[in-house]
Ligand binder design. Structure first.
Ligand code: FPP
Ligand code: MG
Length: 414
């Protein structure tokens, strides 16, 4: 517990420099800038468990990129901005609100569904939604194309009659809703007037979708540890972990419907489909399934497309949804999307690199997991371009004795 508190505190102390709009090419980021941050296993956040943070590494890399590319365009007076302090009040209640959205009359389902909310995750996705909401609060507004004027305060009001919604729940007779009604959701902190309740709920929905995907991902990857604790599949078994993930998606869908914004619903429902498409692209990469695949640019394009679907889609589309909920002008909506897209790609590229450069105790999950799963991510794809002989190992998914060592320590094993 102490380690977790230290972790949050150090996160709060981290800072990001303001920059003007900048699009960072994902490949350039990997090739030119990120390696400079990791020659000596530079620690980004110091935590009780000496754990690395993908988020911190992504922020640091973007800061470096900005100062390299735009040396004269830093914020005046070198002002640093603390992203966590800006939305600290909202983040404080995030976990509690998510747990209320996940309440179930079935005690075991209740426990499994809430399991990953017990450990303090980084909450990167909700953080970004909240920061985006703050950033665009005073930006130009324009009437929506669909003339939609949803009430941002009806996020807990059901649309169907309670008798229909809660009909078959055995533990909750009568009209008692399964989830807590709106007045129990804790939004008791003073409202600063800029982040709408609907945007806060959107932040919670993004975390629910992300957590659902982790529950499923840990089953697919045969994971044993997440956030330094046993993963849900290990503790409760595959069946319950998968069902709990489905339950999270169900509750996220109800919350999404209650935003009463069809365009936002369309975006977030697409994210769910994208996550599964990305996971499929990763599981079945037919080009790399050949016996001895050859390097081509298409492998990198495939990897980036997969990365968009698996990681950047949720971040980009939820940033866009935050702008839609604020009735932002179309150029703001598009900029929010582009920002989320680039950051999401950078985030996953860093995550894939940490799999090579960090230890398990630093990550809070086993390092080298991608190679163990037979996956060729960005670091290996770029190495393969220079060392064609790696194709054979990629084709056989590193299953032969010593394959993983050959990738990790080529000089020692050649
Ligand atoms: C973590 O990847 C996993 C994801 C980013 C998404 C996984 C998506 C699915 C399993 C599809 C199902 C989706 C839903 C919404 C139910 P990783 O294995 O690279 O990261 P890790 O090291 O944290 O496990
Ligand atoms: Mg995984």
């Amino acid at each position: 517990m102490k380690g977790r508190l230290v972790y949050r505190k150090t996160l709060l102390n981290d800072s990001i420099r303001h920059s003007s709009t900048l699009t960072v090419c994902a490949e350039c980021l990997v090739k030119s800038y990120l390696p400079a941050y990791f020659p000596s296993r530079r620690r980004v956040f110091s935590t009780g468990r000496e754990r690395w943070s993908t988020w911190g590494a992504a922020v640091a890399a973007v800061q470096n990129t900005i100062s390299e590319v735009l040396p004269n365009r830093q914020a005046p007076g070198n002002v640093t901005i603390d992203p966590l302090r800006i939305v600290g009040k909202e983040l404080k209640f995030l976990n509690k609100n998510i747990r209320q959205l996940l309440g179930s009359g079935h005690p075991i389902l209740d426990t499994v569904a809430k399991y990953y909310t017990q450990s303090e995750g980084k909450h990167v996705r909700p953080l970004l939604v909240l920061l985006m909401s703050r950033a665009i609060a005073t930006a130009p507004k324009r009437a929506r194309r669909d003339n939609l004027i949803p009430d941002p305060h009806t996020i807990d009001t059901p649309m169907s009659p309670p008798k229909v919604l809660y009909d078959t729940n055995p533990d909750q007779p009568g009209d008692t809703p399964l989830t807590s009604p709106s007045h129990e959701i804790d939004y008791a902190f003073p409202d600063d007037g800029s982040i709408l309740p609907s945007q806060r709920r959107l932040a919670e929905i993004t975390e629910l979708i992300h957590t659902a995907s982790l529950l499923h991902d840990d089953v697919i990857d045969h994971s044993t540890i997440r956030r330094s604790e046993p993963s849900a599949n290990i503790l409760f078994g595959n069946k319950m972990a998968v069902l709990a993930g489905d339950f999270l998606l169900g509750r996220a869908s109800v919350a999404l419907a209650r935003l009463r914004d069809p365009e936002v619903t369309e975006l977030l429902a697409t994210v769910i489909a994208n996550l599964i498409e990305g996971e499929f692209m990763q599981l079945k990469n037919t080009a790399l399934d050949e016996k001895e695949p050859r390097w081509s640019e298409e492998n990198v394009s495939y990897y980036l497309q997969k990365t968009y679907l698996k990681s950047a889609s949720l971040i980009s589309k939820s940033c866009r949804a935050a702008a839609l909920l604020a009735h932002s002008a179309p150029e703001i909506v598009d900029a929010a999307y582009a920002y989320g897209r680039n950051l999401g790609l950078a985030f996953q590229l860093v995550d894939d690199m940490l799999d090579y450069t960090s230890s398990g105790s630093e990550l809070g999950k086993p390092a080298g997991a991608d190679l163990e799963l037979g996956l060729a991510t960005a670091p290996l794809l770029f190495a393969w371009k220079e060392r064609p002989e790696l194709g054979r190992l990629i084709g056989r998914k590193f299953i032969e004795q010593g394959d993983i060592e050959k990738v990790l320590y080529p000089k020692r094993t050649s």
